[in-house]
Write a protein that binds this ligand. Structure first.
Ligand code: MIC
Ligand code: SF4
Length: 753
């Protein structure tokens, strides 16, 4: 283990530290004296203090030393702005930035990229120069989607990575613990502070049997999402194991880990195996593969490892699934899907099929999808639905251009979009239906919240494997089941599609395509970062005020949100992505998608000072101008979805004090704490119903202490005041964030002393 093996082919001087990891693990083993899950091994081998750290799953806060940090352009802006306020000369740990979210799909790859480079010039220049100045690796627009680039270049077995994007767990396909976080967490690691994570529970998923026919890796996670639901993975790492694992490619495992974000899991993981070795070799990292083999014993669970919950799936019996609409955990097997579509009145016509994205754009995905498209073409038919392809990376695009799959998609009627997020995050200039028109689309993406892809709340968005997307696009109908149903060929004769086939890895190796990487310059003396004071896209941050030391009284409820309140509802993406570097401007989207319990409507709330109904951001700004702090009441799993810390920064910026919910999604809860907000939960979730949107509330902030409830005093307009206990997960250090106004203020205070 003494060997010096580089983490990747791009950086000098950053090595894989299996030696240190095994030493740390030995210390923890001698303390815990029990078999460990793989997830535990990775985390505990990255402890800042393996001797002294308290370790209890689901209870202790672990202080960890991640190997790397990754940010994508839509979250990197805020992360870097915060890092700049920390005043350090360069990042202390290897960090990369990836330009993928800001490219809008309109006409096709090349044109859209050129347009994006023009429109986003100011932001790209800011990111590129900040990367140069603070020594981060920069992946230019066109390079591909962060998670695909990480898998191809940076992920390694046993490593610990944090990324400012919720789908960072994609790197679990190479046995890495890769965890999505908000920008402020990333700043901690960039600034060399330990990174804190509540010791996760571990959910085991045992895979037996093997995949075949129309069933693909995606169906495993679609099924798991159905079992665990959008909040079932909260506070847990999902760890896969068992004989079925060997029938999956590394990229297939990546897909499964990626979409673990949809069940709220901290991350998902597969043990190191030969399929990962093959992928490392194919991506020119044989040395890492060999090194991992020498440490293989610790790159899997111990015999007898204990899981907090165990799920078993027999892959030989697993059917293809389609999940949705509107939520990724509504899982329906293909054999029941036509029936479900009818029973629920989902629009039968498939308007658009979309493959690719960070979830499903491996060589294998593209090859299998192309084999189905080719089958249709051989029968003289094409896609009935509109069809788009977003390659996950420039390397994938170049390789499928060389090997012919891309031409097949074009012949099939497809449009190949830029190597970027595109329609997955609402960067889609969709023309085929009008806003408000009910319609169905089907994609190989991971998320399908209301309005996410095209801003149309009436769009029924379904997620499934690329294979089924292609099949349903050919039929143009949700009632089609490729396993049992026939199609008509060009002469009107019936035929059945053959099950997909395709290589996991390209026989002729990957074609890297165009060079899209900018390494940090050796001499950084002349690099400067510019933020124009008149910019509408970038704004330097000013510190939030510290807590005044008092209980907060007579606060209005800005909105009592009812039902699903995802980060897309709290801080919408799509057209708003352009303000991700400008806190005041992006705050104009705060909670505009949340449904007000008072009237069942979005973005219409009562301003108690005037009695007028108005937009949420407008009322919040009015309260702020009048010096009135406010709270939000939320439902279950509040803040599920994205890692975007804007969803926490905006309420902070507009004068919110607390978000009180039935429960939170992990990343959002941490983001709120980091920005000096109070994320609180009803100790008894039924108390949610006792609150009326017109009530005033007091929060006894002075009670805030580790492990103790805090009192909410509810004052109804007409009626007796009553008290409700609220729970929280603050630890000592996090309470300081609240007191100082934010984690960043706390950091600044420490560096001053
Ligand atoms: C998403 O898939 O929702 C995003 C857009 O990638 C987000 C990040 C963001 O909002 O910038 C995520 O998953 O964290
Ligand atoms: Fe991009 Fe969509 Fe993946 Fe998020 S889920 S990183 S928006 S492709």
């Amino acid at each position: 283990l003494d060997k010096k093996v580089k983490q990747n082919n791009w950086e000098e001087g950053n090595f894989i530290n299996y030696k240190k990891m095994s030493e740390n693990l030995a210390i923890v083993r001698s303390r815990l004296n029990r078999p460990l899950a793989y997830a535990e091994k990775i985390l505990y081998s990255h402890l800042d203090d393996p001797h002294g750290q308290e370790i209890e799953r689901g209870v202790s806060y672990l202080r960890l030393r991640p190997d790397r940090v990754a940010c994508q352009d839509a979250t990197a802006q805020m992360a870097i702005l915060q890092f700049m306020s920390a005043g350090m000369p360069s990042v202390a740990n290897p960090t990369t930035v990836h330009c993928d979210h800001l490219i809008e799909a309109q006409q096709g790859g090349e044109k859209d990229l050129a347009r994006a480079v023009g429109i986003n010039k100011e932001v790209y220049d800011f990111l590129a120069s900040a990367c140069g100045m603070f020594s981060l690796g920069f992946w230019k627009p066109g390079s591909g989607i962060i998670h695909q680039i990480l898998l191809e270049n940076y992920a390694f077995p046993g490593g610990l990575l944090i990324g400012t994007d919720s789908h960072t767990p994609n790197a679990g396909g190479l046995g890495m613990a890769a965890i999505g976080v908000g920008g402020a967490d990333a700043v901690d690691v960039m600034a060399n502070l330990p990174w804190e994570l509540k010791a996760p529970k571990v959910i085991g998923v045992k895979l037996t049997g093997s995949l075949s026919g129309w069933t693909s890796p995606k169906d495993i996670i679609l099924k798991v999402a159905g079992i665990l639901t959008v909040k079932g993975g909260t506070g847990a790492i999902v760890e896969y194991f068992g004989p079925g694992v060997d029938s999956l490619s590394a990229t297939g495992m990546g897909t499964i880990c990626n979409m673990g974000a949809e069940i709220g899991a901290t991350t998902s993981l597969f043990p190191f195996n030969d399929r990962m070795y093959d992928y490392l070799k194919a991506t020119k990292r044989t040395e890492i593969g060999d090194f991992a083999r020498s440490y293989a014993k610790e790159l899997r669970q111990d015999d007898g490892a204990e899981y907090d919950q165990l799920i078993e799936i027999n892959l030989s019996e697993l059917e293809p699934h389609i999940n949705g609409p509107f939520t990724p955990d509504l899982a329906t097997p293909i054999s029941k899907f036509a029936e479900a579509a009818k029973a629920n009145n989902w629009p039968d016509e498939v308007k658009v099929g979309l493959i690719g994205s960070c979830t499903n754009s491996s060589y294998e995905d593209m090859s299998r999808a192309a084999s189905i498209a080719r089958d249709a073409l051989n029968h003289g038919i094409k896609s009935k639905a509109l069809f788009t392809v977003t390659p996950g990376s420039e390397q994938i695009r170049a390789t499928i251009a060389r090997d012919g799959q891309l031409q097949t998609f074009e012949e099939f009627g497809g449009v190949v979009l830029a190597n970027a997020c595109g329609p997955c995050i609402g960067q889609w200039d969709r023309q085929d239906v009008k806003k408000g028109e009910a319609n169905s689309i089907i994609s190989s993406y991971n998320r399908n919240f209301t309005g996410r892809n095209d801003g149309n709340p009436a769009t029924h968005s379904f997620v499934t494997s690329p294979d089924l997307v292609v099949a349903m696009s050919i039929a143009g109908s949700l009632s089609f089941n490729p396993l049992t149903d026939t199609l008509k060929d060009k002469d009107g004769k019936d035929f059945k599609l053959s099950p997909p086939t395709g290589n996991g890895l390209p026989e002729r190796g990957y074609d890297p395509g165009q060079d899209t990487y900018q390494a940090p310059p050796k001499d950084r003396a002349n690099v400067t970062v510019q933020v124009s004071p008149t910019s509408d896209r970038l704004q330097l941050l000013s510190p939030f005020n510290a807590w005044d030391g008092k209980d907060a009284t007579d606060m209005p409820i800005l909105i009592k949100a009812q039902g699903k309140t995802t980060t897309d509802h709290i801080s919408m993406a799509g057209p708003w992505l352009k303000y991700r570097g400008h806190l005041d401007n992006i705050s104009n989207n705060m909670l505009i998608g949340a449904i007000n319990a008072a009237n069942g409507e979005a973005n219409k709330i009562k301003n108690f000072t005037t009695g007028e109904w108005d937009a949420v951001p407008a009322v919040a700004r009015d309260y702020k101008a009048k010096g009135i702090r406010w709270v939000v009441i939320g439902d279950w799993n509040y803040g599920e979805g994205s890692s975007r810390e804007h969803a926490a920064l905006e309420p902070r910026h507009l004068g919110g004090l607390a978000i009180i919910t039935r429960s939170f999604a992990r990343i959002h809860e941490t983001n709120l704490k980091k920005q000096g907000m109070l994320p609180l939960t009803f100790s008894d979730p039924a108390d949610y119903d006792r609150i009326n949107p017109d009530d005033k509330v007091d929060i006894l902030c002075t009670e805030l202490a580790v492990g103790k409830p805090i009192t909410l005093r509810v004052k109804p307009a007409n009626g007796e005041a009553f008290e409700i206990p609220l729970s929280h997960t603050f630890n000592e250090a996090q309470i300081e964030w609240f007191k100082n106004g934010s984690a960043l203020n706390t950091m600044a205070k420490k560096t001053k002393n």
